[in-house]
Design a protein around this ligand. Structure first.
Ligand code: ZN
Length: 347
């Protein structure tokens, strides 16, 4: 049984291609984080190599080994592949070494399966060298080899790589469907399910993780309360915050994405579209902000947040990016102070 939920178009495309034996050599699975790209890639790898009657059965030895990450012919490559065990620094790119290993393995016939499946997770993180090297395999695909490139940011991939893949888009699910799945299949109480479904922004994988791991919501609460303080903070306090975040690209991206959603909520509240906001549990705070801040400054800061994400994706220094955001973030204190100060009397 296919484990991918909420992606009927993508699943039926693969079922049809499997049925007609008309598979491409390479697919690009595009969709936001936690929307189901990895689940779909593993489903396809199982369907190709299943030993049961109804592939993917999920029960045969091949299906089980694939999902456990132990199958010799289904290989997942990400930023941590082919790294020196002594190298403990966080990696930001998929190295050329990882692609050399892929090519060496692709040149050999499948060891225990019908097809070799290479899943490149976070394909936008391929280094230029690695992408060029992978392109050779995509241009002259060995028989019985299928490459699945997974990305949330298709525009960061070289067009030459994209043009060699068949694109399959995974769309966020309606929040009501996620809420139903959480309540009916995972026993989550309805208020919590409603909140998680809204916060997941259509990505079931995020909602499922947050339902079982309290730390997801706790981290969000902490990051949002830091942001709420920053809006009222002095310049000095803001720069101390930027310095404290260090140079962790992934966590900075997560923080900025969270802020972006929150500031969009402020904009929606200002425009009277409260029913569309994501952070429903912070409605009162968002209304307070929406009353104090102007639409142009809210929109300007949303643009700054988007620009900062694009700079981080181009390997900008994360502390500098955060410091610029600290300068760009509107200061609510200024507005409040101004609003309550007495109107000057003309002499
Ligand atoms: Zn099976």
């Amino acid at each position: 049984m296919w484990q991918t939920i909420g992606q009927p178009k993508a699943v039926s495309l693969f079922k049809h291609s499997l049925g007609t034996g008309n598979l491409a050599h390479a697919y690009l699975l595009v969709g936001p984080p936690h929307v189901g790209k990895t689940t779909l890639a593993l489903d396809l790898a199982q369907a190709l190599n299943c030993q049961g009657d109804e592939p993917p059965c999920g029960k045969c030895q091949s299906c089980r080994r694939i999902v456990e990450g132990k199958h010799a012919d289904v290989i997942i490559i990400d930023v941590n592949s082919a790294r020196d065990p002594k190298d403990t620094k966080p990696r930001t790119e998929i190295s050329i070494k990882a692609i050399w290993n892929l090519q060496r393995s692709a040149s050999l016939p499948p060891y225990e399966a019908k097809y070799k499946v290479f899943i490149v997770d976070g394909a936008e993180r391929l280094s230029d060298e690695a992408a060029n090297c992978l392109l050779k395999t995509l241009e002259e695909p060995p028989p019985k080899v299928i490459a699945l490139l997974l990305t949330a940011e298709q525009l960061r991939l070289p067009p030459t790589v994209v043009s060699r893949c068949q694109m399959v888009e995974l769309k966020p699910m309606p929040s009501a469907e996620i809420e139903t799945i959480l309540v009916e299949h995972h026993g989550v109480d309805s208020d919590r399910a409603k909140l998680l479904a809204r916060l997941s922004r259509g990505c079931l994988g995020w909602a499922l993780r947050a339902a079982v791991d309290e730390s997801h919501l706790a981290q969000r609460t902490q990051r949002l309360s830091e942001m709420f303080s920053l809006v009222n903070a002095s310049w000095e306090e803001r720069f101390v915050y930027a310095a404290q975040q260090g140079n962790d690209r992934t966590s900075t991206e997560e923080i900025i994405n969270l802020w972006l959603v929150c500031w969009r909520d402020v904009m929606l509240t200002k425009c009277g579209s409260e029913e569309a906001i994501t952070n429903v549990d912070y409605g009162a705070t968002l209304e307070d902000w929406a009353e104090t801040l102007t639409l142009p400054e809210t929109v300007d800061f949303i643009n700054s947040l988007q620009e900062s994400l694009s700079q981080i994706s181009q390997n900008a220094n994360t502390r500098l990016v955060l410091e610029t955001l600290m300068l760009d973030m509107p200061r609510k204190e200024d507005k409040t102070a101004h609003a309550i100060s007495p109107t000057p009397v003309a002499l």
